[in-house]
Design a protein around this ligand. Structure first.
Ligand code: HH2
Length: 279
């Protein structure tokens, strides 16, 4: 049985893990503004924990297409009190950031994981994680958030994403980050058309072949809206379906807004997976 090492935590990967999304931003695409202050964000995070989140992913900068960049000091002002409060209660906290200075401060106040949509490509990011014993999620993105959806282009999206992730894993290993601390993520919606996203979901097992746990983040994303015709608030069923498809193709972590719904789906998944033959 394998584990993800995240600071002082060892998370079993025997069953899929649920990462609950905690946005402390005024402009996230689906829940922006609602959790804009620390007490509200902490309350929301604790509710997700109660509903069965294994990891709480705290972010202070929206990465939706066209979102405004947030200065590091403002991002820290948003996320650090939330991370500190949750970590001190024993929660496994991940910080969703691209900035090395935010990573370092978050790790200092108890974050056990860094979730970086830039896969530690910012100068100093690899070193910030290497200096800790935190886990890291390496995500693929083509371009950068401001312009990534303007003209995404690939010759072979699955192969290119796979190669990119393999290179980032090697870069992490080169600075001493062990594979037991790594998670990889195709980055659904980050510089990808609907066809690219569907291809990545269909062939997710080719990323799982890298031998590292794969995270899928499809919650409320526009891909689900395009396929169902639903507005952001009404994409829960589609999200659960998409995440279960990801699990069937090897995903081990699911980044979701609605933890309770995902937990229900996984209760069925786990029961079937763990059924002993002959009973
Ligand atoms: N998606 C978003 C943010 N962070 N991290 C990982 N590893 N994978 C993802 O797919 C991913 C991510 C989406 O962007 P954001 O605008 O922050 O919205 P929300 O956090 O509400 O999903």
């Amino acid at each position: 049985m394998s584990f993800l090492h995240a600071g002082s935590h060892r998370l079993s990967l025997a069953r899929p893990l649920v990462m609950g999304i905690v946005n402390v931003t005024p402009d996230s695409f689906s829940d922006g503004g609602r959790l804009g202050d620390a007490p509200a964000a902490i309350r929301h995070a604790l509710k997700l924990q109660e509903e069965g989140a294994d990891i709480l992913d705290v972010g202070g900068e929206s990465t939706r297409p066209g979102a405004a960049a947030v200065p590091a000091d403002e991002e820290m002002r948003r996320v650090l009190p939330v991370i500190e409060a949750l970590a001190s209660r024993g929660c496994v906290v991940s910080v969703d950031t691209m900035k090395p200075e935010v990573m370092r401060s978050a790790l200092d106040v108890g974050a056990a994981m860094v979730n970086d949509v830039m896969a530690l490509r910012a100068p100093g990011a690899l070193q910030a994680v290497a200096a800790s014993d935190a886990a890291v999620c390496l995500m693929h993105m083509q371009g950068e958030p401001q312009r990534m959806q303007q003209a995404p282009h690939y010759a072979d999206v699955v192969e290119e994403v796979r190669q990119f992730l393999q290179e980032r894993v090697a870069a992490c290993e080169a600075v001493g980050i062990g594979r037991a601390r790594m998670v990889v993520d195709p980055g659904f919606g980050f510089g990808k058309t609907l066809e690219h996203n569907v291809a990545l979901l269909k062939h997710l097992s080719r990323l799982a072949d890298l031998g590292l746990p794969v995270l899928a983040g499809l919650s409320r994303k526009s891909m689900l809206g395009t396929l169902t015709g639903r507005v952001v608030e009404k994409r829960e069923f589609a999200g659960v379906a998409a995440h279960l498809i990801a699990v069937a193709r090897g995903a081990r972590l699911l980044r979701v807004h609605n933890v309770a719904a995902m937990r229900d789906a996984l209760a069925i998944w786990n029961a079937v997976e763990e059924q002993q033959d002959g009973t």
